[in-house]
Design a protein around this ligand. Structure first.
Ligand code: HEC
Ligand code: HEC
Ligand code: HEC
Ligand code: HEC
Length: 463
């Protein structure tokens, strides 16, 4: 499988290939992106689309621009980005899949006539820039094209031409600054990328993959910035000139910014979408496996659990918030404690009242903002990275990680941290045992996860 091969080039972690396979289970087979239909009433858009005209993928795909068959060796960019996107990147098929059998089944289950014209599906599966901002080469059938991520090219297309000479680095930097001024999106900035990707991969104010969609057959959404950037597959080269141009970032920074943004996005989604329609709130904001798991009538609930929420209560998907609390505790213990307390209050608010939920959500917004500033102040040093790794392992070993999504994020965090550490013993392999427990979402048990993490923690602290 081509995608798996590409991954191996980027990260040497053996689990990524496995994970990709697991992620691909839902894949219905090869798709044909050639079906074309006019833009049928896409309404809203991701927060990233701007007022500039979207010229269309064909405007970028010229063979002397980004449409080369192979990457160029000397130059700032590869110039075969179109090929990577069209051939390997599923974003190019995001619209086409709205016409496939899975989408037809989802649509039928929801009573939607045609998923490929339904605004609620197009929101995340196409470029929803409004008709008056679509250039002559714009086609809805291009799915998630270059400009969804890089910004409408109307005002920067001229200033970015010819940027691929081996001219001095500062020239390239100045040129990039000019492009940014003209509306090119700063996709290299992990904070920007996190917001961009998660607008579709987690949802935001405007767009949400609802529980109705899930129950109709839509795959569960999950996301971690560094891992998903590697899975995409990347069409840039993180090489010497990329570094010289100041565009590189550490895997850990991407993980942190991704989690920060996810913490904020999950609060926004919670506030915007959790209000009851009928008796129940939107279930997609809760942890899927707090409802969907085998029933165990012999369950023994730990005291900490009972103190948090009554048995059978639905738990909020709060894993990004928990990561932030763990992280910030290392730099600012008081803020860490405040966050932990506020997360507790947020969970408890769901059985109290809408007002309580709003109050604790607002309080958390402020605390996460503070945490963000404290983390953004300076990059994590080696000993902090080591300390976070141990803190995450201890959290997993304590048995307090109940939900699959929480365990999954804990694992992804550990994995990413191992990419950046200089300690050769901290290679990705040490997490294989944890990965095995996570490989089957439907048979996950908190007990097996706890045992696997305990073993890993022991190995990590013995070394
Ligand atoms: C909040 C954004 C969002 C909305 C709204 C949304 N999707 Fe998706 N959809 C995604 C993302 C992201 C993926 C990829 C999930 C993954 O693999 O992690 C996806 C995946 C899919 C897949 C599986 C794709 C594959 O390659 O197998 C289908 C089918 C699908 N969506 C159909 C729909 C339909 C039909 C609707 C409207 C009822 C819809 N989606 C609404 C974001 C969304
Ligand atoms: C899903 C989002 C997404 C889509 C779609 C996308 N890109 Fe990118 N692109 C990125 C990210 C993220 C990076 C890496 C960060 C960076 O360097 O800006 C990147 C990097 C690049 C770079 C390298 C920049 C550099 O300085 O080295 C070029 C060139 C590029 N993209 C062109 C394209 C073209 C052309 C298309 C359409 C055929 C496209 N991209 C589609 C997200 C996207
Ligand atoms: C406009 C919405 C949107 C944005 C923005 C977006 N994605 Fe996606 N992404 C999707 C959809 C929809 C799919 C599923 C497409 C399909 O399967 O055909 C997808 C698929 C993927 C996949 C493949 C998952 C799989 O199971 O095969 C990865 C990896 C991915 N996106 C990463 C990213 C990253 C990283 C970014 C930000 C740089 C990003 N995406 C931005 C909507 C989006
Ligand atoms: C509050 C409990 C609750 C939560 C949280 C929840 N669901 Fe559901 N889910 C249900 C109920 C109830 C049904 C309907 C079951 C039926 O019709 O028999 C359902 C149905 C489904 C179905 C249809 C298949 C089935 O088992 O009936 C899927 C798929 C699904 N949910 C996925 C999800 C995903 C993904 C999430 C997390 C984003 C989630 N659910 C969160 C309660 C929940």
């Amino acid at each position: 499988m081509n995608k798996t091969k590409q991954l191996r080039l980027n990260h040497s972690a053996p689990w990524l290939g496995l994970c990709l396979l697991a992620m691909l289970c839902f894949k219905p087979g090869l798709l044909n992106a050639a079906e074309v239909s006019p833009n049928a009433g896409a309404t809203n858009s991701t927060e990233t689309s701007t007022e500039a005209m979207h010229l269309g993928v064909a405007s970028c795909a010229n063979s002397v621009c980004h449409g080369r068959a192979a990457a160029v060796e000397h130059g700032n960019v590869l110039q075969n980005e179109y090929r990577t996107w069209a051939k390997y990147d599923s974003h190019s098929r995001a619209y086409a899949i709205l016409k496939n059998a899975d989408s037809k089944r989802i649509a039928a289950n929801m009573g939607i006539k045609d998923a490929s014209t339904a605004a609620e599906c197009l929101a995340c599966h196409a470029d929803t820039t409004p008709a008056n901002l679509q250039g002559p080469k714009f086609h809805i059938s291009d799915g998630i094209g270059c400009e969804v991520c890089h910004g409408g090219a109307e005002n920067w297309i001229d200033s970015h031409y010819g940027a691929n000479t081996s001219s001095a680095a500062d020239n390239a930097i100045a040129r990039h600054q000019a492009n940014l001024k003209n509306g090119l999106s700063p996709t290299e900035d992990p904070a920007f990328a996190a917001k961009l990707c998660q607008s579709c991969h987690l949802g935001n104010t405007n767009q949400l993959a609802t529980h109705e969609m899930m129950a109709a057959g839509h795959p569960r959404l999950r996301f971690e910035l560094d891992t998903w950037l590697a899975l995409m597959p990347p069409h840039h080269s993180d090489d010497a000139d990329y570094h010289r141009r100041g565009k590189s970032s550490l895997a850990t920074t991407r993980w942190l910014e991704g989690r920060m943004q996810a913490a904020q996005d999950s609060l926004t989604v919670l506030e915007q979408h959790s209000m009851p329609q009928g008796l129940f709130p939107e279930l997609a904001v809760f942890d899927c496996h707090s409802c969907h798991r085998p029933m165990d009538t012999s369950v023994k609930r730990p005291l900490a659990d009972r103190q948090l929420l009554p048995a059978g209560a639905i738990r909020i998907n709060d894993n990004a918030l928990r990561t932030i609390a763990t992280l910030v505790s290392l730099r600012n213990e008081t803020l860490g404690q405040e966050l932990t307390l506020a997360i507790r209050q947020l969970n408890q608010s769901t059985v109290l009242s809408k007002q309580a939920l709003q109050a604790s959500s607002r309080k958390l917004m402020t605390l996460v903002e503070k945490a963000r500033q404290s983390i953004d102040d300076s990059a994590l040093n080696d000993s902090e990275q080591q300390a976070i790794t141990i803190a995450l392992l201890k959290q997993g070993a304590s048995g307090e990680v109940r939900d699959y999504a929480d365990a999954e994020q804990l694992f992804l965090g550990l994995q990413v941290l191992s990419f950046d550490t200089k300690n050769p013993k901290s290679g990705a392999k040490r997490y294989d045992e944890i990965f095995t427990v996570l490989s089957d979402e439907n048979n996950y048990t908190p007990r097996r996860f706890k045992a696997a993490v305990q073993k890993t923690l022991k190995a990590a602290t013995e070394n």
